[in-house]
Design a protein around this ligand. Structure first.
Ligand SMILES: [Zn+2]
Length: 338
């Protein structure tokens, strides 16, 4: 007789693939298995890596591949219903390919696919077992990603899998010259053009031209702007005025943008992901987010109009770390295929 079905989560990153397996009761079995992703070598190379990981997961769980009831796969690129539509850091042959169907054909196992931020949003939801409202994940990184889980645990992807491109909502903030900043997507004035690593580099470059920072240590250093931007976190942790000013601006504008997303979805819980979840000054950063949020959100989105003790929009840091996406996809596979 076959054992109860297990479910696998596969989180494909730019350099590594993180994978986990859940048993039929939703408990993780064995450790997270990591393999290199080889995404630049084409999707077939990555499929081979996925198979290596799945074999290891099945061995750890003491099951055969026939006992895997479903696979949840996530990719570090925009995708719609299993098809990649933006290259990001992937090899050329990924774009326009129905990755989900192709992988399902290879394995013969039911498979679902989404992007990494959606997967992390489900992961954060599934970690909070008792949470019954919705959950909006906003994750500042190189860009600004988002994901939204409906009350009850279902991922909201929109009619075409194109929802929650939160980095590209419009915000009314302008540079000192009065212009809206260019976004990597080709538009101007996007939230991501203020809240991302790319934005941090641009803002730092502009600030360092000002006379008030002429003697700042980053102005007297020969490092590249990329290196200088990476140093900002440590500088902020040590109280550097310029670094704090730059992060404060990012936090404030992020909160301001979140207020508009909350006005549309009313998720109840905002989870902030990305690298800043590990920063020593993260509590301060969260306060800046709330300042921006409070500037733009109506009072009812902060406290209940009938119960002043009840917070209507909670803010939390992500807790799943870099395993959240893999956890989320295993959970999604279980929800869909069990
Ligand atoms: Zn944009």
């Amino acid at each position: 007789m076959s054992k109860a079905k297990h479910f696998v989560g596969l989180d494909i990153g730019g350099s590594m693939i993180k994978t986990i397996i859940l048993d039929s009761s939703g408990e993780q079995v064995g450790p997270i298995v990591e393999v290199r992703s080889h995404v630049k070598d084409g999707y077939e190379a990555t499929f081979r890596q996925l198979n290596i990981a799945i074999d290891a997961l099945a061995a750890n769980a003491g099951i055969s591949l026939d006992d895997i009831g479903g696979i949840g796969l996530d990719v570090p690129a925009p995708s719609s219903n299993g098809v990649i539509w933006g290259k990001a850091n992937l090899g050329d042959d990924w774009v326009g390919t129905d990755i989900c169907s192709k992988y399902k054909e290879r394995t013969g196992i039911p498979t679902t696919m989404t992007n990494d931020c959606n997967a992390a949003a489900v992961g954060e939801y599934s970690i909070r077992h008792k949470h019954i409202g919705g959950l909006l994940l906003v994750a500042p990184g190189t860009g600004l990603g988002g994901g939204f889980v409906l009350p009850g645990g279902k991922l909201y992807e929109g009619a075409n899998g194109l929802a929650l491109e939160v980095g590209h909502i419009s915000v009314p903030f302008r540079e000192d010259d009065g212009e809206l900043p260019d976004c990597t997507c080709g538009l101007k004035g996007c939230l991501e053009a203020w809240v991302s690593l790319v934005a941090l580099r641009r803002r730092l470059r502009l600030e360092l031209r000002k006379t008030e920072w002429a003697n700042h240590e980053l102005n007297t250093s020969d490092s590249t702007i990329e290196d200088k931007a990476f140093q900002l976190r440590t500088l902020a942790e040590n109280g550097d005025t310029l670094a704090i000013q730059l992060f404060k601006q990012q936090g404030y504008i992020l909160g301001y943008g979140i207020a508009d997303i909350v006005r549309v979805f009313d998720p109840g819980l905002i989870v902030i992901g990305g690298g800043l979840a590990e920063a020593k000054f993260r509590e301060q950063f969260m306060e800046w987010i709330k300042e921006g949020f409070n500037e733009r959100a109506w009072p009812v989105y902060r406290v209940s109009p009938i119960d002043p003790e009840k917070i209507t929009t909670e803010f939390e840091w992500a807790t799943g770390g870099d395993a959240a996406a893999a956890i989320g996809m295993a959970y999604t596979a279980q929800e869909l295929f069990s």
